[in-house]
Write a protein that binds this ligand. Structure first.
Ligand SMILES: Nc1nc2c(c(=O)[nH]1)N[C@H]1C(S)=C(S)[C@@H](COP(=O)(O)OP(=O)(O)OC[C@H]3O[C@@H](n4cnc5c(N)ncnc54)[C@H](O)[C@@H]3O)O[C@H]1N2
Ligand code: MOO
Length: 401
């Protein structure tokens, strides 16, 4: 299907996600799973804690008498439990994280205690209390479903996986990526650029954006503005599951990506999105390969990679929620009404408000590099005053907080 009239961003995103199925899964050590997506639920293989523990340093006392005095008969240290059990009137010294002995019903914290020889007395404002006992299984119990398939794995999720008894995890395989720069004006060496040239910067930018969500990234180019050169480049993409081009996608005589893709044997799906920047965008398929043809202007490339390539890569990697996350943030400066395309405005977000940057040209990299967020303004939205809330996409972590 080729759509000639611009289609809304959300429709295009959904359409793209529908084209691809998540890749197969692989087993990786938990330590290497950060940034990946679970391909199976995490079920607790043990309970945490596995027994009642003390949450504080002090004394574990028999539960019958919370006011003392007690006779101290031993110690339970973390990793070295007290093997016996407590009778009425007895206590053991205990450290944070140590197992409570049988018979213990409360903790007297160090600060509220006085020890003379083996005799322990209250010495502070508070009596012994069971509030400082961490009960067995209070965090999770064996068999609990802790995380669902499709969840993103960050540091806390890795710790939970290990704590619940897992050394390895089943995660979605990430796509192999190939990014192609094309255009006769592109210089591959940024230290040696003629006046008629511009350094080829899109490939490195797109590869860096995609790196957390891709297995690897092959780079090709700059490729000359010749159909045969572009076809040869596509032939070299090998086993890449996702191929990204930037530039050459518009309506000019030298814009050859589309005809090259067609001659290579790819099927074009759609290529105009009602968004600014980023109007011309191609999606093509050949066999199991998906080609995303991003616009060449660097800011357009970045924005379309952010809203199309990254969700696609996350979807392939098994993410349940592949789309970037938005926030509602008040403006620090007024903003003009939008035109007929949904606009993404480079912005600086700090201290709870967001400032739209004045430079909107889709080639202006300096403003992009000064931004940490994109303000989204739906097509046809009226002007907004300072203080009004707007939707903002934070740029860090590819839009996934
Ligand atoms: N008559 C029309 N002209 C244009 C239209 C239109 O609708 N009618 N759309 C404009 C819009 S919007 C965009 S965006 C661009 C898209 O152009 P292309 O995707 O065909 O890209 P190019 O023309 O090849 O390049 C645009 C610009 O980007 C620079 N570029 C390209 N690749 C790289 C790279 N790898 N690294 C750095 N910079 C790159 C290139 O030098 C150009 O300056 O079309 C408008 N025109
Ligand atoms: O949409 Mo183009 O991507 O505005 O510069």
């Amino acid at each position: 299907m080729t759509l000639a009239t611009p289609i809304p961003l959300e429709e295009a995103q959904a359409h793209l996600i529908d084209l691809a199925r998540p890749l197969t899964s692989e087993i990786v050590p938990v330590e290497e799973a950060a940034g990946r997506y679970l391909a199976a639920d995490i079920i607790a293989r043990r309970s945490q804690p596995s027994g009642d523990l003390s949450a504080m340093d002090g004394f574990a006392v028999h539960g019958a008498n919370l006011a003392g005095p007690w006779h101290v008969i031993g110690e339970s240290a973390a990793g070295h439990p007290f093997e016996g059990s407590l009778a009425a009137g007895e206590a053991v010294s205990i450290s944070t994280g140590a197992l409570l002995p049988h018979g213990a019903g409360a903790i007297l914290i160090q600060e509220n205690s006085a020890l003379e020889g083996k005799t322990l007395c209250l010495a502070g404002s508070d009596a012994a209390t069971s509030a400082y006992i961490r009960r067995a299984g209070f965090d999770f119990a064996m068999g609990d479903k802790l995380l669902e398939s499709g969840s993103a794995l960050g540091p806390a999720q890795l710790a939970l996986a290990i704590a619940s008894g897992h050394a390895t995890l089943s995660v979605g395989r990430r796509a192999k990526l190939c990014v192609i720069d094309s255009g006769d004006e592109l210089a591959s060496d940024p230290t040696n650029v003629a006046p008629h040239q511009v350094p080829a910067s899109n490939r490195a930018m797109i590869a860096a954006l995609a790196a957390p969500f891709a297995a690897n990234c092959q780079g090709i180019g700059p490729v000359a503005d010749e159909k045969s050169a572009l076809i040869a480049a596509f032939e070299r993409t090998g086993n890449a599951e996702i191929i990204v081009t930037s530039g050459g996608a518009s309506v000019g005589d030298h814009d050859l990506v589309r005809p090259a893709l067609e001659e290579w044997g790819a099927t074009l799906d759609f290529w105009r999105i009602a968004m600014k920047p980023g109007k011309p965008l191609m999606v093509a398929r050949k066999g199991t390969q998906i080609v995303l043809g991003l616009p060449g202007n660097p800011v357009s490339s970045y924005v379309t990679a952010f809203f199309f390539l990254l969700p696609l890569l996350r979807h392939l990697a098994g993410a349940r929620e592949p789309m970037p996350q938005s926030l509602s943030v008040p403006l620090s400066e007024p903003i003009a009404q939008t035109g007929p395309r949904t606009e993404f405005i480079r912005a600086q977000m700090a201290n709870g408000s967001v400032c739209p940057l004045a430079q909107r040209d889709s080639s202006a990299l300096r403003t992009l590099a000064a931004s940490n967020a994109l303000i989204m303004r739906q097509a046809g939205t009226p002007a907004a005053k300072a203080g009004e809330a707007v939707l903002v996409y934070p740029l860090q972590n590819g839009g996934i907080a």
